[in-house]
Design a protein around this ligand. Structure first.
Ligand code: SF4
Length: 420
């Protein structure tokens, strides 16, 4: 009789990591908290996937699933029940131990743990929580842990996950209920948003009552949206993001260009994932969070798509030429933040430095301003430095030369840190 050899832990991890790779919501923002004495690991120096911390550092996380068995059948997902793929499940002790061993060998700085839904959400959450608790209690692991909340998880499981993880996330996936009906009918937009609200309120209470003890998901809550698998407009996507940031205090919304892994009549047949669109959404998201732009300024019901040719800030500037030039020796923070090429850091530096005297182009460069863009929208002491006058068609031509889409190849999170 043929007896199939059971996979060892590393083989299981290979299978499970393949199933986890399409989830991009694991970028860490790091977290400042006290660590227990006698333990190992620290969140301060960190995160086998690469993520970016809030200050731009690259950290590595063991990104895996507890299991790739799933009773759901989301059309876009490699792990859906309909797919005939190699499946496995890793026991909590097994996963905790290998995470600890990888950490000791300096392979990783943390764990990103997600899962397919095995039997039901509560049973699966129980396995995930056991893994995390063994890591924290038995192995005294103080490193970064990002844990997924599964749709339909009960309140107790959510509370426990918050207590033991540094970051919590549940993927919202789409911004409209009709997209869920089309591609993930076993999930529900309202239920996911309600779970996010619940996470937020439980987390706030735990932080207040736990004082300095506990992990309490202090690095906040994040989510992911799939871009290009469904017909939502950029405005619909960003409208949900704006709501999540302002009303549920989400730390990050990640945008994941749809990568086709299944054949399904409900899915679009793309040749390439829409990376440029993903990039523009990150730029607009950045403007809303850090540049004091509102969504209505960037997109309207009649103009719901971001430009492919220009980043959203240049697009806004070209359509609001009456707002420019901005005089750098007098402008306030709001005005400076609207100048293409000036970011929040360089804007504050300008406000500080100009008290000491007149600034010039060389100084602006040193302050981090992207001169090739800013020069067409500012004056310094009344002088304009652009080589063409402020005319829509002339600027369109000039700026299209310094707005190459080749720049989208590479890492998005890192480039977000540069001024838009
Ligand atoms: S519930 Fe998650 S793992 Fe299961 S099919 Fe849907 S997206 Fe995939």
């Amino acid at each position: 009789m043929f007896i199939k050899k059971l996979p060892d832990t590393i083989q299981k991890l290979e299978i499970l990591s393949r199933g986890a790779k399409y989830d991009v919501s694991c970028a860490s923002s790091g977290v400042q908290r006290k660590v227990s004495t006698g333990g190992i690991g620290s969140t301060l120096s960190g995160g086998l996937c690469h993520s970016w911390s809030s200050d731009g550092r690259c950290i590595s996380l063991l990104k895996t699933l507890q299991t790739n068995y799933c009773h759901n059948n989301c059309a876009y997902c490699i792990n859906r029940c309909k797919n005939s793929i190699e499946r496995t499940i890793v026991a909590p002790e097994e996963l905790a131990k290998i995470t600890y061993e990888f950490y000791r060998r300096n392979y990783i700085e943390g764990l990103f743990l997600s899962s397919g839904i095995f039997h039901n959400p509560d049973r699966t959450m129980e396995l995930m929580l056991d893994t995390v608790k063994i890591l924290r209690k038995k192995y005294k692991f103080n490193g970064y842990i990002h844990m997924k909340i599964l749709p339909g998880a009960d309140d107790n499981a959510i509370e426990q996950a918050i207590l033991w993880a540094d970051r919590i996330s549940i993927n919202v996936e789409f911004s409209t209920s009709s997209s869920f009906d089309l591609l993930a009918p076993q999930k529900n937009l309202r239920q996911i948003i309600n779970t996010m609200k619940k996470i937020n309120s439980i987390r706030e209470k735990l932080i207040v009552f736990s004082k300095e003890k506990g992990y309490c998901a202090r690095s906040g809550q994040s989510t992911q949206m799939i871009i290009g698998a469904t017909p939502e407009t950029d405005r619909q996507i960003l409208k949900l993001s704006e709501y999540l940031y302002k009303k549920i205090q989400l730390k990050r919304v990640y945008y994941s260009a749809y990568v086709p892994v299944n054949q399904d009549s409900f899915l679009p047949q793309f040749i390439k994932p829409p990376l440029l669109r993903e990039h523009r959404l990150y730029q607009a998201d950045w403007l809303i969070r850090f540049y004091e732009f509102s969504l209505d300024e960037l997109l309207t019901e009649n103009n719901p798509s971001l430009s492919e040719d220009f980043d959203p800030k240049v697009s806004w500037a070209l359509n609001h030429l009456d707002f420019f030039p901005v005089e750098l020796m007098q402008a306030d923070l709001y005005q400076l933040l609207r100048v293409p090429g000036i970011g929040p850091i360089s804007a504050r530096r300008i406000l500080c430095l100009r008290k000491r005297g007149v600034i010039d182009l060389e100084t602006l460069k040193r302050l981090g301003v992207v001169i090739k863009r800013a020069v067409y929208f500012v004056t310094i002491g009344g002088k304009y430095f652009g080589d063409v006058k402020m005319d829509y068609s002339l600027l369109l031509e000039k700026l299209s030369k310094c707005n190459s889409t080749r720049e989208i190849v590479g890492d998005l999170f890192h480039r977000e840190l540069q001024p838009i």
